[in-house]
Design a binder for this molecule. Structure first.
Ligand code: NDP
Ligand code: MG
Length: 390
């Protein structure tokens, strides 16, 4: 029986994780659940899953929730998130908060030597070098939940070791292409937030849905793959595969290509990460090869989706450049979701932020957070200039 802390319980990954945990009451117990805005939903989850702790964003939410829960202690803010991530009773931490807000508690779980199930790709993009060094130092285990990285992990017998030692030539990340894969450049200019969050294959939170539509999601995943699998950026390819049946592939020097296939449902990679190296039921049906239709592949269009190249550029620049890229993207996507900027401004804001904000070595959490803050204020300034012209 293992205690599991679930950071970001009210989100899409959070709900899918609870669905898998609930199928295995003999293996897992919920230690803590966290939320940010959806407090009523967190109350219902606490009543159902009976965690020892709940974590919310501020004191008034905590008072409201604590008044309704007797056998659960309610904690507040980043300090509360870190406390439930590093508690000695906890075996596993699911990092499913969206964006930079997940960085501190995920790092706390790593520093406490936990088994960390990583959905929160932004934290690894921001602080990849630091994360991987701390994983080594504290004997933590980092298991990818992102479906592509989970697929790569499953296709490599020794995922922590050097690619050359394993005989791996290239990693291939598949991408659905998002909702605008066949939309013309002229029509992309008119895209609304409502259209952007309608993903054809996956049901996800609003931020990652927009990332998917701009293809920044694949850019962030490229950086994520480089850190998780010690891969130089030029050995990670992106291939558009609209059916989202093949979740990624590993190509070996002997000509073998290994792929992981499955229905597009995040409960599969979540179950893989929870039970690894064992296999448990996830509620996802087996893939029916006779019904999944022809599988198609094509190359990404770099002109309509410039975010991919921006991510490669940031990874090549190194240091805090990926943190700057991530912060600018978070600011631009939030503005787009609020109807404050256009879809096509997102890559422009990111590119200009990368030009204006100086990168530094990313050797400490302070350096990463400083770059994040400088990039956010630059992106906000660029946005308000853009709003005047909009
Ligand atoms: P959601 O928006 O659905 O959920 C985000 C969660 O984070 C919610 O529980 C939310 O709380 C919480 N949260 C938001 N802001 C803060 C904050 N400032 N401080 C603390 N908690 C916060 O996102 P997803 O579940 O879709 O994605 C979560 C992460 O997993 C992202 O990093 C995403 O890239 C990654 N991921 C998601 C996939 C998917 O299929 N959804 C696939 C692969 C990776 P509340 O809702 O209460 O406000
Ligand atoms: Mg993914």
């Amino acid at each position: 029986m293992q205690y599991v802390t679930l950071l970001g319980a009210t989100g899409s990954i959070g709900r899918s994780t609870l669905d898998v945990l609930e199928r295995h009451p003999d293996r897992y117990r919920v230690f803590a659940l966290s939320a940010h805005q959806r407090i009523e939903e967190l109350l219902h989850l606490c009543q159902h899953y009976k965690p020892l702790y709940a974590v919310v964003a501020n004191a008034s939410q905590a008072d409201w929730l604590q008044a309704r829960l007797t056998e659960c202690s309610v904690l507040v803010g980043t300090e509360g998130l870190c406390q439930v991530a590093e508690d000695e009773r906890v075996g596993m931490v699911m990092a499913a908060i969206v964006g930079a807000a997940g960085l501190a508690p995920t790092l706390a779980a790593i520093r406490a030597g936990k088994k960390v199930l990583l959905a929160n790709k932004e934290s690894l993009v921001m602080a990849g070098a630091l994360f991987m060094a701390e994983v080594q130092r504290h004997g933590a285990t980092l298991l990818p939940v992102d479906s592509e990285h989970n697929a790569l992990f499953q296709c490599m017998p020794r995922p922590g070791t050097d690619l050359d030692v394993q005989g791996v030539e290239r990693l291939v990340l598949t991408a659905s292409g998002g909702p605008f894969w066949s939309t013309s450049q002229a029509d992309l200019v008119k895209v609304t937030p409502e259209q952007a969050v309608q993903h054809p294959r996956w049901s996800m939170g609003p931020k990652i849905s927009v990332d998917s539509a701009t293809m920044m999601n694949k850019g962030l995943e490229l950086i994520e793959a480089c850190w998780l699998f010690h891969a130089p950026e030029h050995r990670v390819d992106i291939c558009i595969h609209p059916q989202s049946i093949i979740h990624s592939l590993v190509q070996y020097r002997d000509g073998s290509t290994l792929a992981q296939l499955g229905c597009p449902d995040m409960r599969t990679p979540i179950a893989v990460a929870l039970a690894w190296p064992e296999r448990i039921g996830s509620g996802v049906p087996l893939l029916d090869l006779l019904r999944c239709g022809p599988l198609e592949f094509s190359a990404p269009d770099h002109d309509r989706f410039p975010c991919l190249d921006l991510a490669r550029q940031a990874m090549r620049a190194g240091g805090t450049a990926p943190a700057i890229l991530n912060a600018a993207n978070e600011v631009a996507v939030a503005a787009f979701l609020q109807n404050e900027t256009s879809f096509m401004s997102i890559p422009v804001i990111i590119s200009q932020t990368l030009e204006h904000v100086a990168g530094t070595p990313a050797d400490s959490l302070e350096a990463v957070l400083d770059a994040d803050a400088r990039a956010r204020s630059c992106a906000l300034r660029l946005l308000s200039a853009n709003r005047v012209n909009h």
